[in-house]
Design a protein around this ligand. Structure first.
Ligand code: IPM
Ligand code: MG
Length: 357
């Protein structure tokens, strides 16, 4: 089969890690007889520098015309002082919305080979954990009305959280379907003791649960959820939550796996076209130094094969190759800690993974 992939390399380490994932996809293509065509488009800070805006129309059109999108990362010190709608991050929200990507899947899995890298006590992580956060991605406070107004104490800024029944229902469906494919254990995280949007969220989760009698649904308040994640991460299988809570909890979940450099993500909508990206940022401090860990982006390419192209064997091949280099003890700089292991560069790690495929 032939697939057209839009490449949004972005800023910082984005170009290096996307190049690594492209090499891996090309290798998969050779081995399994597929052809991947790659077309690069500008996004984020580099787009601001070249054409004056973080999300050019050509980029949106190019992504809409592609079968799927692979993104590196956006942002950096250089653009940190721009106003809200000129910032590189705005492009990320814009492209998610333009492509209708309302679901964000963020797996956080503890690799046995990396157990020591977890900041949690070894008795907590010794049994490992493997959870998946289903984050609503195009609604809530990140997309609500915002601005400045004359408030009780003078000038004030405000942001608003709004969720329609439709938006909650469609993410609930994805979460239950996902739970059905895993251990049928779904935890819905909200703040229903305070927020009206959360009370609606909870009501719709329970209505949807009636269509999935095999799935156990548990409600959890977000503050407790943040605590439970570090106390007993094993209790989580699939987690469903709103845009902002998912943003925060997915960073926490990634950190307890030991390295944010390992975790991929998939953003999906109603069609097969998705956007796949590492959950870490653009790491401007190590950009251009060939030091970045390419694994999260390589695994994101694997998720693309699995979710957008239904290529399960090919996706398995990528995941197995990553497992195997880690088992053999190869590490990038973010993973060595005080182990005394000499770290591999981004391209060396990529080559090791290519050898395994
Ligand atoms: C993420 C990021 C983005 C988000 C920012 C950069 C807009 O933190 O992908 O988690 O909050 O969605
Ligand atoms: Mg985030």
């Amino acid at each position: 089969m032939e697939y057209n992939i839009a490449l949004l390399k972005g800023d910082g380490i984005g170009p290096e890690i996307v190049d690594s994932a492209v090499k891996v996809l090309e290798k998969i293509g050779e081995k399994f007889g597929h052809k991947f065509n790659f077309t690069p488009y500008l996004i984020g800070g580099c787009a601001i520098d070249e054409v004056g805006e973080p999300l050019p129309k050509e980029t949106v059109d190019g992504c809409l015309a592609s079968d799927s999108v692979l993104l590196g990362a956006v942002g950096g010190y250089k653009w940190d002082n721009l106003s809200g709608d000129k910032r590189p991050e705005k492009a990320l929200l814009g492209i998610r919305s333009a492509l209708g990507l309302f679901t964000n899947l963020r797996p956080a899995k503890l690799y046995p080979a990396l157990k020591e890298a977890s900041p949690l006590r070894q008795d907590i992580v010794s049994k490992g954990f493997d959870l998946l956060i289903v984050r609503e991605l195009t609604g809530g406070i990140y997309f609500g009305e915002r601005g400045y107004r004359d408030g009780k104490y003078g000038n004030e800024a405000y942001d608003t959280e709004a969720y329609s029944e439709m938006e909650i229902k469609r993410i609930a469906k994805v979460a239950f379907e996902t739970a059905m494919k895993r251990n049928k254990n779904l935890i819905s995280i909200d703040k229903a003791n305070v927020l009206e949007t959360s009370r609606l969220w909870r009501k719709i989760m329970h209505e949807t649960a009636k269509d999935y009698p095999e799935v156990t649904l548990t409600d959890m308040l977000v503050d407790n959820g943040a605590m439970q994640l570090v106390k007993n991460p094993q209790q989580f299988d699939v987690v469903v939550t709103s845009n902002m809570f998912g943003d925060i909890l997915s960073d926490e979940a990634s950190q307890i796996t030991g390295s944010i450099g390992m975790l991929p993500s998939a953003s999906l909508g109603e069609t097969k076209r998705g956007m796949y990206e590492p959950i870490h940022g653009s790491a401007p401090d190590i950009a251009g130094q060939n030091k970045a860990n390419p694994i999260a982006t390589i695994l994101s390419a694997g998720m693309m094969l699995r979710y957008s192209f239904d290529l399960q064997t090919e996706a398995d091949a990528i995941e197995k190759a990553v497992d195997s280099v880690l088992e053999k003890g190869y590490r990038t700089a973010d993973l060595v800690g005080d182990s005394g292991i000499t770290p591999l560069s981004c391209t060396e790690m990529t080559d090791k993974i290519l050898e395994e495929i």
